[in-house]
Design a protein around this ligand. Structure first.
Ligand SMILES: Nc1ncnc2c1ncn2[C@@H]1O[C@H](COP(=O)(O)OP(=O)(O)OP(=O)(O)O)[C@@H](O)[C@H]1O
Length: 674
């Protein structure tokens, strides 16, 4: 499976047919409450869907996504009514109800399959009667009657077969449309470190859909009828029954051997396939760097290595699979010969008629075909099972599972209490005992050497990652206990590596919210002082930004990111190196943004390596190797920083080095303060 994994986000899914439930979802209000959602998720998909629903799966997914996001009209300013609940999905509930519905539908298909297989018996019965009755009695009436009955049975067989396939197709589409948005949300939530591994779970849903609509599941659902076929053969003659039974046991043993010999290889093939996909994703993201520095061959080499390993494992598994499949085919064909041959022997001794031999041969072969089909399809069954396990694990372990009380709009009172951060599996202490408090409207500059934990602390302050011990509280409430959507609405974050969405500047500023008013977008642009910059583009706010940020420069991207951080009147804003790409006018605009933020009582934390920003903050923290080295008012800390930098400069000069940029800047800062 891993080998044919395609990136879910780059692949349009096949549309398929809709369901009754797709229509339910379509017509559901945007603020789908959990109960409604669960109802929508528990579709029966019994195949009597209306035409209008067909093909509207994506709308269903969209409205489900609204449910996930809680797009419940709180407005761009995020000032939701107190006590209202964000209509986040209960993923476990969706999964449980979806599974229950899936099981119900599969049970229906199993019953249909049973009847379909019983109706198939009409053909051997017809042959038996032709051979042993019509041919001997020469009765035209019997022939006509038998033919009418068998044609009726075949018609019913075809209709029921059609119905079970239709149900399965709708079950598959239901599954993907109901679980797609929850899986994507849960993947986004658990993918904290820029890895797209969790996002690949979205493609597992496609595999599940293919399995449900494919031939293997139908073959497996034919299994319950095998004992009946067997009884029929036993009734024809016990000897023939034992031949079929023996073959069935041999085929089952072969199926078990097949699983035993191929499981490890297929798992390995999947693991390497996933890694190859991740490598291809990384190449897509870094295409410019790779082209510029001629790194493409290395990238291809790594991808090739992973793919080769994956293919190697797959070939080993397939080799075993093919051998065992061939063996099982030989056994089955051999059984046909055995039934015919031994049947003929019994007939010569007067125990059987010619019609009975033919009927036993057909029924015997029918009894064995589900077993053989299961052996052949075992691989896709194992893959579907592990795909489902991954989807289930992701949904069940998602922190988004808990519906949280929507609290009053925060004021921006931030308390950081003895944070310890030891990420797994590195087990390295990144932050240790960091504590501080900021009142609403206060600002803090965090400085420190590279790799000292500043960005990690920044991510923790916005709830993107959680501390191993200690806590971060906004307006007294631990960030873990805030509703993620409400917290996000009240928090602004400018990461170190700004990435914009492929959309217009205005959509990017508005955090892609459809309900954002023009006024709120303009307000954010004004706070970040980007209006003049945006006006310089021919299409202004409607300028389309591509995946790599073009036509914006690095500094412009950073400033649009700043406006995005201030969108919706957040009460807490964390800026990670906001001036790393800014020119002097950009830096001045940033300083003005911080002043405006102060007037609006927004709590701001600015992480920086460049001291020029420090003149705009109230407090400064010096972080060293994950611990707080100094924390205090700006005017108390800047002399400390200056002294330290002077010491460093002297050391550099003593070693014959050049001027120290930061020390010079700190001198400027001191002079300005004086
Ligand atoms: N998930 C993680 N697993 C292991 N190590 C991590 C993880 N996250 C961060 N680190 C490590 O923590 C340290 C601090 O990283 P961080 O990005 O916070 O530094 P920083 O102070 O922001 O540096 P810079 O100024 O260069 O951006 C680094 O050594 C980094 O390798």
């Amino acid at each position: 499976m891993g080998n044919d994994n395609r990136h879910p986000l780059r692949n349009g899914k096949t549309n398929g047919a809709g369901t009754d439930d797709a229509e339910d979802i379509d017509s559901a209000p945007a603020d789908v409450e959990p109960d409604n959602t669960a109802k929508a998720a528990s579709g029966n998909g019994t195949g009597n869907g209306k035409g209008a629903a067909i093909g509207n799966i994506f709308d269903g997914i969209k409205s489900r996504a609204n449910g996930v996001n809680g797009a419940d009209g709180h407005g761009a300013n995020g000032s939701a009514a107190i006590g209202g609940r964000v209509s986040s999905l209960d993923f476990r509930g969706v999964l449980t109800k979806g599974l229950a519905s899936c099981r119900r539908n599969l049970a229906t298909v199993a019953v249909f399959s049973f009847v379909v297989n019983l109706l198939v018996l009409a053909i051997p019965v017809y042959l038996f009667n032709l051979s042993d009755r019509v041919l001997t009695s020469q009765s035209m009436d019997t022939l006509v009657m038998l033919t009418i009955v068998v044609v009726g049975a075949i018609g019913a067989h075809v209709l029921l077969d059609l119905a079970r396939r239709t149900i399965l197709m709708r079950v598959a589409v239901d599954l993907e449309s109901n679980l797609g948005a929850p899986v994507l949300s849960a993947a986004a939530r658990s993918s904290q470190n820029g890895s797209s591994r969790e996002f690949q779970i979205l493609s597992e849903l496609q595999h599940l859909r293919s399995f449900i609509t494919g031939p293997v599941l139908l073959t497996m659902l034919d299994m319950p009828v095998v004992p009946i076929y067997l009884v029929v053969v036993f009734l024809v003659h016990p000897h023939l029954g034992f031949i079929v039974l023996g073959t069935g046991i041999v085929l089952l043993i072969l199926a078990l051997l097949n699983q035993k010999f191929t499981a490890v290889h297929f798992a390995r093939a999947n693991a390497f396939g996933t890694r190859a996909n991740l490598q291809a994703d990384a190449m897509a993201r870094n295409a410019q760097v790779m082209n510029a520095m001629g790194m493409v061959p290395e990238g291809v080499l790594i991808w090739g290595g992973e793919t080769a390993e994956s293919l190697k494992s797959q070939v080993s598994a397939q080799d075993r699979n093919i051998w065992l499949t061939a063996l099982s085919k030989f056994v089955r064909l051999g059984t046909q010969i055995a039934i015919l041959g031994w049947g003929a022997y019994l007939a010569t001794h007067g125990h059987l008629t010619g019609g009975m031999i033919i009927a036993a041969s057909i029924v015997g072969s029918r009894a064995l075909s589900p077993i053989e089909g299961t052996i052949e399809g075992w691989r896709s069954f194992v893959q579907a099972r592990s795909a489902f396990a991954r989807v289930r694990k992701l949904l069940q372990s998602s922190p988004l599972n808990f519906d949280r009380l929507r609290l009053p709009r925060p004021k921006g009172h931030l308390i950081v209490d003895r944070i310890l951060y030891v990420p797994q599996p590195a087990k390295k202490v990144i932050l240790n005992g960091v504590s501080f408090e900021l009142k609403p409207g206060e600002s803090l500059g965090i400085v420190g050497a590279s790799g000292t934990g500043k960005s990690t602390l920044g991510k923790m302050l916005v709830g993107s990652i959680f501390p191993t011990a200690g806590n971060v509280r906004l307006d007294m409430m631990d960030l873990r206990n805030w509703d993620p959507r409400q917290l996000g609405e009240n928090v602004g974050y400018l990461p170190q590596d700004v990435q914009l969405f492929p959309a217009s500047i205005k959509e990017n500023i508005a955090r892609m919210r459809k309900d954002a008013s023009d006024e709120s977008i303009f307000d954010a642009a004004e706070i970040a002082d980007v209006h003049a910059m945006v006006s310089e583009f021919a299409q202004g706010y409607e300028t389309q930004v591509s995946m790599d940020g073009t036509p914006l420069s690095g500094g412009q991207k950073q400033r649009i990111g700043l406006a995005r951080a201030f969108f919706g009147d957040p009460q807490l804003v964390v800026l990670d190196e906001p001036n790393s790409n800014l020119d002097p006018p950009g830096e001045r605009a940033l300083a003005r943004a911080l002043e405006l933020a102060k007037k609006k009582q927004i709590t701001v934390i600015a992480i920086t390596q460049r001291p020029s920003l420090l003149r705009s903050v109230d407090k400064i923290m010096i972080l060293q190797k994950g611990t707080v080295q100094a924390l205090g008012d700006r005017n108390d800390i800047i002399p400390l920083l200056t002294a330290r930098k002077e010491l460093e400069t002297q050391k550099v000069e003593a070693n014959g080095g050049g001027a120290n940029y930061q020390a010079e800047e700190l001198d400027d800062l001191d002079r300005e303060d004086e």
